[in-house]
Design a protein around this ligand. Structure first.
Ligand code: BJW
Length: 241
């Protein structure tokens, strides 16, 4: 099956890749829906990743992100991230990389044109629209930090449930999904929209869809092939010269 997919990769003039948390699993970053560890085992990640949760329990949600930021700072891109970045460098303009991940590992691997549709855990932004007094360079320390004058809170610059995706990134992702001849769907459960809809759109427009994931996913039903393998093992073999 790998040989067939390798042939499809050779043939496709435009390739789109949609990645999820699974591509970072072999770097040591737990997937989003994996059981939480330690202190966080008692919380459901889906219930922490909302604006309502942050407003109700700002310190708890801030600390959860701080814990994940520390973990991400200690890990490195793996062979899957690196194989995608090397392919992009060998074939400029041929592979559009769309990621749901907020961990920055594609960018650290050298994929400089990554379309990050769920934002970045490495940055903060204001919770409420910034007022003239809001100065990110002069914050009242705390968990979370806040504006010295009005108390507006800092929050992670990620997209929570119920929030719109960044318009430019979403448009670029849709353009790539609509234009591709082949889409590789790597390490995502395919349950979160509009991200999962990108694979459905590619399929509806006649692109071949290949799912790379050791477990079954919601997107297998539109896949022409499912490679049941870990991404960091599979991608170097698929994308090498
Ligand atoms: C391996 C591996 C290895 C392991 N190799 N693989 C249509 C239908 C139904 C619902 C909706 C819909 N449209 C919108 C919604 C609502 C909602 C949604 O989708 N809900 C569903 C859960 C039902 N969507 C939204 O709210 C989105 N916003 C929106 O639509 O706005 C429009 C709007 C706004 C306001 C009013 C009206 C309309 C926003 C979604 C934002 C998602 N944000 C998060 C959190 C980011 C910050 C953070 O990290 O804390 O993004 S949620 C979380 O899920 C995170 C992920 O990017 C995302 C996807 O998860 P992912 O990557 O798939 O991870 P897992 O853990 O689920 O799966 C890992 C996979 O890896 C597994 O399959 C493993 O097997 C595999 N794996 N090891 C390869 N080695």
């Amino acid at each position: 099956m790998r040989d067939t997919v390798r042939q499809w990769i050779r043939e496709a003039r435009r390739i789109a890749v949609l990645t999820g948390a699974g591509i970072s699993a072999e770097s040591g970053v737990p997937t989003f829906r994996d059981a939480q560890t330690g202190l966080w085992a008692q919380f459901n990640p889906q219930e922490l990743a909302t604006e309502a949760a942050f407003r109700a329990h700002p310190q708890r949600v801030w600390d959860w992100y701080a814990f994940r930021r520390e973990m991400i700072a200690k890990v490195a891109p793996n062979a899957g991230h690196l194989a995608l970045a090397a392919f992009q460098q060998r074939h400029p303009g041929r592979l559009a990389l769309i990621t749901q991940n907020v961990d920055g590992l594609h960018q650290r691997a050298g994929s400089h044109e990554t379309i990050a549709i769920h934002g970045s855990i490495l940055q903060d932004q204001w919770l409420d629209a910034a007022r003239p007094c809001c100065d990110a360079g002069a914050l009242q320390a705390g968990r979370p930090p806040r504006c010295l004058v009005c108390g507006n809170l800092r929050r992670p610059a990620v997209v929570w449930f119920g929030e719109s995706l960044p318009v430019t990134a979403l448009e670029a992702a849709e353009e790539a999904a609509n234009a591709c001849e082949l889409m590789l769907v790597i390490g995502t459960s395919g349950v979160v929209y509009p991200a999962a809809g990108l694979a459905l759109a590619a399929h509806q427009r006649g692109a071949r869809v290949v799912v790379i994931n050791p477990e079954p996913t919601e997107l297998d039903r539109v896949a022409d092939h499912c490679l049941r393998e870990p991404a960091a093992q599979c991608l170097p073999a698929l994308l090498e010269h």
